[in-house]
Design a protein. Structure first.
Lengths: 285, 508, 350
C-alpha cells in the first residue's frame, strides 16, 4: 500500500514532537515529585504567545522566547500552588487548563476579532523543533543519569527527606524542574503554531495528555518516552492518511483509542518516583 | 584535655500543641560517647535535629568548637562536621550505595558524576573504619544492619567529626548491636564526638561515657557513667519509682485452639517468599508473642492472617474453621481482628470524624446499618459516646477529625473499635509504637484484659522487653520462619536474641 | 460552624476573583463597570434571561455531580464531556426508536442515556481498578473517542444522519420529550431532576454505608483496604456512577432542550462540570449554586456580547479566574495555618 513511505515516517517525526516535548517536560517535573496535568493548557499558552508575538513583531525567534517564557511562568505558578501552598497537584493543573482555555478564546477575540483562531503569522521551520527535541532528549538522558544534578533530582523525587538531609533544597528543586516542564510545554505549543501557521484553540487536541501517557509508557526515562512518543506520532500520521479510506472520525479516534489500549496493556509502573504528588513538609512533627 | 565539640544553651522549640524542647542545655566533647536518654516523645530527636539544622530553635544558642553559630540547614551542619544517622534511614532504596553516598557531595569530572572516584573514596573509608559495604549494590538489597553501615559511612564521607546516632539499635539484632558498639568505640577512640540517642536504659549504660536524661522536653540531668545506675537513670527518665509496669495474672486455660496456622507461605510485594512454612497455634487465655527484628516476615505474616494478603500456600483456621484467604471483613465477622502497625496510615482515616473512625470497617454491621443504603446514625453516635467513655478517649467532640487527637488517643480509638467487636483472636502488630508510657500502659492493660477474658492475642512486636513482659509463650521469627516457641518461664533473653539472628538452638 | 466558615471563604474568593476580573477587563481595554452590569443583566435581567441561565446551568449540574462523585472517591473523571455525548445520542436514539407511552418513554430514554454514559465510565473505572491505569488520561482519551464517534453517527454518510441541512438525527417522538416549564422557553424538567440528584448524592455520600466507603477510599485507600473495604469495587462504582450522571445529563439536554441529537451540541458542559465540581468544593448541595454561577457566566457572557461591551469569551476568562481563587481557599487556609504555626512558635518562649 502506498501508505507506508518515507513521507509517513517524516510526518510521524513531526507529529510526535509536541508529544515528546511534553513527555520530556513531565518526566522532569515528575522525577522531582510534581504531577503537572496543566501541560495541555501550558502548551496552548505557548502556541498562543507564539502567534501573538510572531504577528506583532514578525520575529519567529522572539515568538519562541515568548512561548518559553509563558510556559516557564505557568510552570512556576503550578509549582507554587503544588509545592509551596500544598494544593492538590491535579486540581492545580486542571485549573490552569481551564484558565488558559478561557484566556485563549478571549485573547483572539480581543486582538483579532475572531473566536479562537488567529491570522497567519511568520513561522519558522518546524523541523528545527524536531531536531531540537531529539537533542533535548539525548541531553536529558545523560543529564538525569550521569550528572550530579540528575542524581539530586532523582533523590528529591524518591526520598525528599534524604535529599534535605544531604543539603538539597527540595522545594526549590521542584520549582525549577516544574518551570522547566512548563518551558518545554511552551516549546511544544510553539511547534504546533509553526507547524500549522496559525493558532486555533483546539490545536493541542489532547496531545498534552498523550505526552503524559508517553512518559508513563517510557517508564520515566527520556529515551524510551521519546520512542513512545514516536509511536503515537506514527499513529497520528497514519490516521491522517487513512482518512482517504475510512470516515475521518474513525481515523481521528485512532490515536486516542490507542493511547488507552497501550496504557491498559502497560503493567508495572515500576519507576514511579516514591514521593510523587506528596508535599514535602520540612518542619513535621 | 578534651575539647568541647558542641554546646547548646537554652534551646527551646515548640510545635503546635506541644513544647518539644524547653530551655535545654547540652554539651558534647570530642572523644566521648554522650548518651541522650529519654522516653518516646521526650524531645531527644528534636534537639539533635536542631543541631543538624533540620529545625530552627525558637530560642537558645549553639556553639560549635567554641564558636557561636546559626545552623540554618543540614548543609551548614555538614560543613561544620556534624553528621546524623536517623532512625528512619535517609537512603533511596532504588539507588546504589555509591549514589546514595555521593548525593550532595558528588565528585565530578567535568559535568559528569565521577563514579570511579567515588568508588575509590568509599573503598578508602571502608579500609579506614572497617565498615564494609558494596558500593554497587542497590540499597534495597541490603540488610538493615548493612544499610546502617552505609548511613554511618555517608556521614563520615561528608567529613563528620561529630556523629549523631538516633535510636540506632531499634532495627538491629543483638549481634549487630555488638558490632555497632565496637564501631562507636573505635570512632570515639579516634577522637570523634558521638551522640547516642536511645530510650533503652541498658544500652545507654553499655556504650556511653556520659548520659543526659530528657523528660517531657526538659533536661533532667547529666551523669557520668561511673555514677549512673539503672534505677537512678530510670527515675530520671520517668520521674517516679519505676515498678515493673504490668504483670500478667495467672489464669486457667481450657486448651481451646482459637487460631491455627499450618505451613503458611506468603510472598512479599516483590514475589519473594517472606513467610516460609510457618506453623503455630494460639489458645484461649493466652498472649503469644512473636519476637523478631523488623523485616523478617512479620508484616507479611500479619497481612496474611488478617486478610490483606493472599498466602501462597498453607492454611489458617479460626476455631477449627478454615479461613485461608478470607477477606478482612469476613475474618472480623468470625472473630479475628487486627490492631495495625501504622495507625495513621492504615488504622485511621485522619480527616474523618472520631465517630466515623470508630465504625471504620464496621460500617456494615447490623447495629450500624440496614444494608448498604441506610446508616443508623443515632446508634452510631450512641456507640461512639460509649466507646469514648469506656476507653477514656480525650476529644472535644464526636465530630472532631481524628487527626486532631494525640497519638495515644488515636490508638485508643483503634482499640475501642476493634475490641468493641468482641473478638476471639486479636492480632496486634506493634501496638505501642510511638506512644508515651501512659499510652503504652493502657494498651498493655487492654491486651491483658483480653487474655484474662479468654481471647487469644497474637502480639507481634520488635520490642523484646514488651513481649517478655506480657506473653505467655514467645516465638521468634527469623527470615520468614518460626525458629522456636518457648513458654515464658523457659525463655532466656540471650537465647532469644540469638534465635532472632538465626542461631541454631533446639526448637521446642 | 465549619460550614459557615467554608461558605465565607468561598464568597471571599468569589469577591477576589471578580476584583481581579475587573482588573483584567481594564487591562484589555474594556470598562469593568458596563461589563459587569451587562453580565448580570444578561444572566438575571428578566425572566427570559433567568430561564436562559438556568437552561445553561442544567447540564452543568449533571456534569458537576459527575466530577464530584469521582472526586470523592479520589478519582478524576475528566471525560464527562464524552460521557455526556454518548448519553445524549443514545437517549435520542431511544427517543426516536422506541414506541412507548408518554413520560414512560421519557424515563426509559433517560435511563438509556445514563446507561450509555455508565458504560463509558465503567471502562476507565475497570482499567483503574484492575490494572492501575491512570483514569485521568483514559477518561480524557475516551472523551475524544465518544465525541468523534457520535459525530460520525450523524455525519452525512453516517447511519443516523436524519436531516439534510445539518448533522443531526431525526427528531425524537413526542412521547419521549422531557417537559418544559413554560411554552416557548427551553428550560425543562432536567433542572428538577438535577436538583433531586444532588440531594440523593448528598444522602448517598453522607448517610449510607456505601457512600461512607466511597469517601473512605477517597481519603485513605490503604486504610480503607485494611478496613476490609473493596477498593477496586468502589473505584469501578464511582467512575460508573460518574459516567451515568454525565450520560443522564446529556440525555436530559437532548430530550428537554434540543429534542434531537446534534453534532457538537455541547459548548463544553463537560469542562464546566469540572469547574462546577471544583467551585462547589465537592459538596453535592453546593453544586446547584455553583452550576448556576457558571450558567450565569455563560448567559451573561452572551448578554455582554450582544450589548457590545465585551466579547462573550470574557466570561470564560472570568470563570477561569473564579476557579483559580475558589481552589485557592485551600491556599488561604494553608496560609493561615502557616502563619498560625509561626505565631505559636514565636509566642512559646519559656
Amino acid at each position: 500500500m502506498s501508505i507506508l513511505s518515507l513521507d509517513l515516517f517524516l510526518s510521524a517525526l513531526r507529529l510526535a514532537t509536541p508529544i515528546a516535548l511534553v513527555a520530556l517536560g513531565e518526566t522532569f517535573s515528575e522525577l522531582s515529585g510534581v504531577i503537572n496535568v496543566g501541560v495541555e493548557g501550558t502548551a496552548l499558552a505557548g502556541a498562543l504567545l507564539t502567534a501573538i508575538v510572531a504577528y506583532y513583531t514578525g520575529s519567529p525567534g522572539l515568538a519562541l522566547l515568548a512561548a518559553l517564557a509563558v510556559g516557564a511562568f505557568l510552570g512556576l505558578v503550578h509549582a507554587t500552588w503544588a509545592v509551596y501552598l500544598r494544593a492538590d497537584h491535579v486540581v492545580s493543573g486542571v485549573a490552569i487548563n481551564l484558565l488558559v482555555a478561557g484566556v485563549a478564546l478571549f485573547s483572539t477575540r480581543i486582538l483579532w476579532g475572531w473566536r479562537g483562531t488567529s491570522p497567519a503569522a511568520t513561522t519558522m521551520n518546524p523541523w528545527i523543533f524536531v531536531v531540537l527535541c531529539m537533542l533535548l532528549v539525548v541531553w536529558a538522558q545523560v543529564y538525569i543519569f550521569r550528572t550530579p544534578w540528575g542524581l539530586r533530582l532523582r533523590v528529591v523525587g524518591e526520598h525528599p527527606q534524604a535529599a534535605d538531609t544531604a543539603g538539597i533544597n527540595v522545594n526549590r528543586t521542584r520549582l525549577i524542574y516544574t518551570a522547566l516542564n512548563g518551558a518545554l510545554c511552551g516549546l511544544a505549543g510553539s511547534f504546533l503554531f509553526n507547524n500549522l501557521g496559525r493558532f486555533t484553540d483546539g490545536m493541542v487536541g489532547g496531545r498534552g495528555f498523550i505526552g503524559i501517557a508517553a512518559m508513563v509508557v517510557g517508564n520515566y526515562r527520556p529515551l524510551p518516552a521519546l520512542a513512545a512518543a514516536y509511536f503515537f506520532g506514527l499513529v497520528d500520521a497514519l490516521q491522517m492518511r487513512l482518512q482517504a479510506y475510512i470516515p475521518s472520525q474513525f481515523s481521528l479516534i485512532l490515536p486516542y483509542l490507542l493511547t488507552v489500549v497501550v496504557l491498559a496493556g502497560f503493567l508495572g509502573r515500576a519507576n514511579v518516583p516514591k514521593a510523587l504528588g506528596k508535599p514535602y513538609l520540612k518542619e513535621g512533627r | 584535655m578534651p575539647t568541647e565539640a558542641v554546646r547548646m544553651e537554652g534551646i527551646t522549640k515548640a510545635f503546635p500543641g506541644v513544647v518539644a524542647n524547653a530551655g535545654i542545655d547540652f554539651s558534647l566533647f570530642f572523644g566521648e560517647v554522650h548518651g541522650l536518654l529519654g522516653e518516646n516523645g521526650a524531645g531527644k530527636t528534636v534537639l539533635m535535629s536542631i543541631l543538624y539544622g533540620l529545625y530552627q530553635p525558637d530560642s537558645g544558642q549553639i556553639y560549635v568548637r567554641g564558636e557561636l553559630t546559626r545552623i540554618r540547614s543540614p548543609s551548614v551542619a555538614i560543613k561544620l562536621g556534624i553528621g546524623m544517622v536517623h532512625q528512619h534511614f535517609m537512603l533511596v532504596p532504588r539507588l546504589t550505595v555509591l549514589e546514595n553516598m555521593a548525593v550532595g557531595w558528588e565528585p565530578r569530572r567535568g559535568p559528569f558524576l565521577d563514579r570511579l572516584a567515588m568508588k575509590r573514596r568509599i573503598e578508602a573509608l571502608v579500609e579506614e573504619y572497617g565498615l564494609s559495604v558494596d558500593p554497587e549494590a542497590k540499597v534495597e538489597e541490603l540488610s538493615v544492619g548493612e544499610q546502617q553501615r552505609v548511613e554511618i559511612l555517608k556521614a563520615l564521607y561528608r567529613g563528620a567529626e561529630i556523629l549523631i546516632l538516633d535510636e540506632p539499635t531499634a532495627v538491629l539484632t543483638e549481634q549487630e548491636v555488638e558490632a555497632l558498639f565496637r564501631t562507636i568505640r573505635a570512632l570515639r577512640d579516634q577522637g570523634k564526638a558521638v551522640v547516642f540517642i536511645t530510650h533503652k536504659l541498658h544500652e545507654a549504660m553499655a556504650i556511653c561515657d556520659r548520659v543526659t536524661v530528657l523528660r517531657k522536653g526538659k533536661r533532667v540531668g547529666t551523669v557520668p557513667i561511673s555514677e549512673a545506675t539503672p534505677e537512678k537513670l530510670a527515675e530520671m527518665m520517668v520521674g517516679r519509682e519505676v515498678v515493673f509496669r504490668v504483670q500478667p495474672k495467672p489464669v486457667s486455660r481450657e486448651g481451646k485452639e482459637l487460631l491455627r496456622v499450618e505451613d503458611l507461605t506468603v510472598h512479599d510485594d516483590r514475589g519473594l517468599p517472606a513467610v516460609q512454612n510457618v506453623s503455630f497455634a494460639l489458645f484461649d487465655h493466652e498472649i503469644l508473642g512473636i519476637a523478631g527484628v523488623e523485616g523478617n516476615g512479620q508484616k507479611e505474616l500479619v497481612e496474611a492472617l488478617t486478610g490483606l494478603r493472599l498466602p501462597k500456600a498453607g492454611k489458617v483456621y479460626v476455631e477449627g474453621q478454615e479461613v485461608t484467604g478470607l477477606s478482612a471483613r469476613d475474618l472480623a465477622r468470625l472473630g479475628l481482628v487486627h490492631i495495625p502497625e501504622d495507625r495513621q496510615a492504615t488504622g485511621l482515616i485522619l480527616p474523618f470524624s472520631l465517630a466515623e473512625n470508630l465504625i471504620l470497617g464496621r460500617q456494615r454491621e447490623d447495629g450500624f446499618a440496614l444494608g448498604p443504603w441506610a446508616q443508623l446514625r443515632g446508634r452510631i453516635f450512641r456507640y461512639a459516646a460509649e466507646a469514648v467513655r469506656t476507653f477514656s478517649i480525650v476529644a472535644p467532640s464526636l465530630s472532631v477529625p481524628v487527626q486532631n487527637l494525640s497519638g495515644g488517643n488515636q490508638q485508643r480509638v483503634i482499640l475501642a473499635r476493634e475490641l468493641g467487636r468482641n473478638p476471639k483472636v486479636v492480632v496486634a502488630h506493634q501496638p505501642t509504637r510511638g506512644l508515651d508510657v501512659a499510652g503504652m500502659e493502657f494498651v498493655w492493660e487492654k491486651l491483658l484484659e483480653l487474655r484474662d477474658k479468654g481471647c487469644g492475642v497474637l502480639l507481634v512486636s520488635m520490642d523484646l522487653d514488651e513481649i517478655l513482659m506480657l506473653a505467655d509463650r514467645v516465638a521468634v521469627m527469623y527470615r520468614g520462619e518460626i525458629v522456636g516457641i518457648w513458654p515464658r518461664e523457659e525463655a532466656d533473653k540471650h537465647e532469644l536474641g540469638l534465635a532472632m539472628l538465626g542461631g541454631r538452638i533446639a526448637a521446642r | 460552624m465549619r460550614l459557615a466558615k467554608e461558605l465565607g471563604l468561598v464568597l471571599a474568593s468569589l469577591a477576589l476573583a471578580f476584583g481581579v476580573g475587573a482588573l483584567v477587563a481594564q487591562l484589555s481595554g474594556l470598562s469593568p463597570g458596563p461589563v459587569y452590569r451587562e453580565l448580570i443583566r444578561g444572566a438575571f435581567g428578566d425572566q427570559y434571561r433567568i430561564f436562559q441561565t438556568l437552561t445553561q446551568a442544567t447540564p452543568i449540574m449533571f456534569t458537576s455531580l459527575s466530577f464530584l462523585i469521582a472526586f470523592r472517591a479520589g478519582l478524576f473523571n475528566i471525560g464527562a464531556e464524552g460521557q455526556m455525548y454518548l448519553g445524549a445520542f443514545f437517549g435520542a436514539w431511544a427517543g426516536f426508536t422506541l414506541i412507548l407511552p408518554p413520560y414512560f418513554h421519557t424515563v426509559v430514554a433517560l435511563l438509556v442515556g445514563a446507561l450509555a454514559g455508565a458504560i463509558w465510565g465503567f471502562i476507565p473505572g475497570w482499567l483503574r481498578a484492575r490494572r492501575g491505569t491512570n483514569e485521568f488520561v483514559t477518561t480524557m482519551m475516551l472523551s475524544y473517542v465518544a465525541i468523534y464517534f457520535t459525530s460520525w453517527l450523524v455525519s452525512p454518510r453516517g447511519p443516523y444522519h436524519g436531516t439534510q441541512w445539518a448533522n443531526q438525527t431525526v427528531r425524537i417522538l413526542r412521547s419521549a420529550e422531557l417537559p418544559r416549564f413554560v411554552q416557548g422557553m427551553q428550560l425543562h424538567w432536567g433542572l428538577v431532576i438535577a436538583g433531586l440528584l444532588s440531594l440523593v448524592l448528598w444522602y448517598f455520600l453522607f448517610r449510607t454505608p456505601r457512600g461512607y466507603e466511597l469517601r473512605a477510599v477517597g481519603q485513605n485507600p490503604r486504610a480503607a483496604q485494611y478496613a476490609g473495604i473493596d477498593v477496586p469495587r468502589i473505584t469501578i462504582l464511582a467512575l460508573t456512577l460518574a459516567g451515568a450522571l454525565a450520560g443522564l445529563g446529556g440525555a436530559a439536554e437532548i430530550l428537554g432542550t434540543h429534542r434531537r441529537f446534534i453534532e457538537f451540541f455541547s459548548p463544553g458542559y463537560g469542562w464546566d462540570g469540572i469547574a462546577g465540581g471544583l467551585i462547589a468544593r465537592a459538596h453535592p448541595l453546593a453544586v446547584i449554586p455553583a452550576a448556576i454561577l457558571i450558567g450565569a457566566l455563560r448567559a451573561g457572557g452572551m448578554g455582554m456580547d450582544r450589548a457590545g461591551v465585551a466579547p462573550a469569551d470574557f466570561a470564560s476568562v472570568l470563570q477561569g479566574i473564579v476557579i483559580f481563587f475558589v481552589v485557592a481557599p485551600e491556599l488561604f487556609r494553608i496560609f493561615r495555618r502557616i502563619r498560625r504555626e509561626r505565631r505559636v512558635l514565636v509566642h512559646s518562649q519559656p
